[in-house]
Design a binder for this molecule. Sequence first.
Ligand code: SF4
Length: 263
Amino acid sequence: MNIYEQTGRIFDIQRYSIHDGPGIRTIVFLKGCYLRCRWCCNPESQEYKLQELTQGGKTRTVGRDVTVGEVMDEIRRDAVYYSRSGGGVTLSGGECMAQPEFSEALLRAVHEYGYTTAIETTAFASREVVDRLLPHVDYFLLDIKHMDSEKHRQFCGKPNDVILENARYIAQNAKNLVIRVPTVPTFNASAEEIAAIARFADSLPRVGELHLLPYHRLGQDKYAGIGREYTLSHITPPTNEEMEQLAAAARAAAPRLHVQIGG
Ligand code: SF4
């Protein structure tokens, strides 16, 4: 099949992002994720099926089926920004590895136009899927959320063993890899837990950067909007001082890495 005819399911395309890979980027948000992180700011991304979301008294359908060609028509509008800034296209979600045929075709199309590719991923996928996407990704932005598998399962719905295995494999084979840590009070926002993740990141070849992403409540209202309960309403975002302390713990555990707060 012509890659431009491959279909997939997305729920948003955001232009002019500067936080999800180098330069100015267009972010394509894919529908469907294997995890169920309790803090997820895009709960409407998790289910592959189309959903109704009610916000501000208005209800809309989340998710649409598109071809790679249709997405590229939108992406190409910002070509001038990619070339000037070293930017390109980032696949986010949801989890792009949950739609491997569409993700591979879209990444290949982006490369055919000469733009850079990035994916935000948890790498909870089979090795076959990882191998399928690897050659077409310039920048991996890989979430490592916790080193304790049981706690990972409690807060994200799945254990972490597949993720850690894939992280090691991706680190050996990727062109560029950044480890990102959503930093969530009561889950992983202690010096010990962040230091454990930093040590793991430090053990991976080619990883030079660790980004600590502070928990925030953007998206909380969307849970009620899709008929779900937000189960972390009892926690508050970490303060700047607390984030600095966690960054210091990460730097002490992994002095080789550049540790920053935010993406
Ligand atoms: S991996 Fe990302 S998209 Fe999936 S549930 Fe967790 S935060 Fe949400």
